[in-house]
Design a protein around this ligand. Structure first.
Ligand code: DC
Length: 229
């Protein structure tokens, strides 16, 4: 059966990964969370004191970049894929507020993007993949057969993020989350390398008022249409 590449891009916390994970499960494709890779590099930089204030010390990070190995492994208990940094399961740590707060400046560094884009392209070589991020349809897989650009209203996104953090026991306010999202949007859309942009051939989905079921049905229809064309 023909296999395609599916690229899902969009703003932080607009439900991209839920969409991507669900679709991958339904169509039995591999799912890759490219944001997790930027988060893992950020965690490495935090642990190794490679930050100066809000920004990474670029020469110091550059020296280490080839020693940062990221892979995804299936968690037998949860049935989900976990992120590993140099062989250690860091799935929980990379989702913390501390990492979320520092990741955008790291993701704006040219050599970091270059290294991760290369790894992502390698992971997608055989097609049959759903990858979500910011530059998947524009830079990583410009020839993807199906490209989706996801949006949702800022308050909806902040509420979703807040709920996610509450489950993890992180006590932050709605305002803090809203501010963190606005800051990340600004950096993600204005950076020089791989900025968040809608690919010309992407289909836009605003999921603010969509149920998961309606969203999945819409995605499946788009998938089937892409297979036929
Ligand atoms: O999707 P996320 O929130 O886990 O992404 C974390 C950060 O990484 C976010 O600031 C955007 C950045 N990112 C990126 O620059 N390019 C990608 N392909 C994926 C994420």
């Amino acid at each position: 059966m023909k296999k395609i590449t599916i690229a899902i891009d969009g703003y932080s916390s607009c439900g991209k990964s839920t969409m991507a994970k669900d679709l991958a499960k339904i169509v039995k494709y591999n799912y890759i969370d490219s944001g997790a890779m930027y988060r893992a590099v950020t965690l490495y930089a935090l642990r190794n004191n490679l930050f100066e204030g809000d920004y990474p010390n670029e020469p110091a990070l550059k020296e280490c970049i080839n020693r940062i190995h990221i892979d995804f492994r299936q968690n037998e208990t949860t049935g989900k894929s976990d992120t590993y940094l140099n062989g250690e399961n860091v799935e929980k740590e990379i989702r913390s507020m501390e990492v979320a707060d520092k990741v955008s400046p790291v993701a704006a560094v040219g050599f970091v993007r270059e290294a991760l884009v290369k790894q992502q392209q390698e992971m997608g070589k055989g097609k049959g993949i759903v990858m979500d991020g910011r530059d998947i349809g524009t830079i990583v897989f410009p020839d993807a057969e199906l490209k989706i650009f996801v949006t949702a209203r800022p308050e909806v996104r902040a509420q979703r993020r807040l709920a996610e953090l509450a489950v993890k026991g992180e006590n932050v306010s709605f305002e803090e989350v809203l501010q963190n999202l606005a800051k990340r949007d600004f950096i993600d859309t204005t950076r020089k390398d791989g900025p968040l942009r809608q690919a010309g051939d992407a289909i836009v989905i605003d999921n603010s008022d969509l149920t998961i079921e309606a969203q999945n049905a819409q995605m499946l229809k788009l998938f089937e249409r892409s297979l036929e064309s």
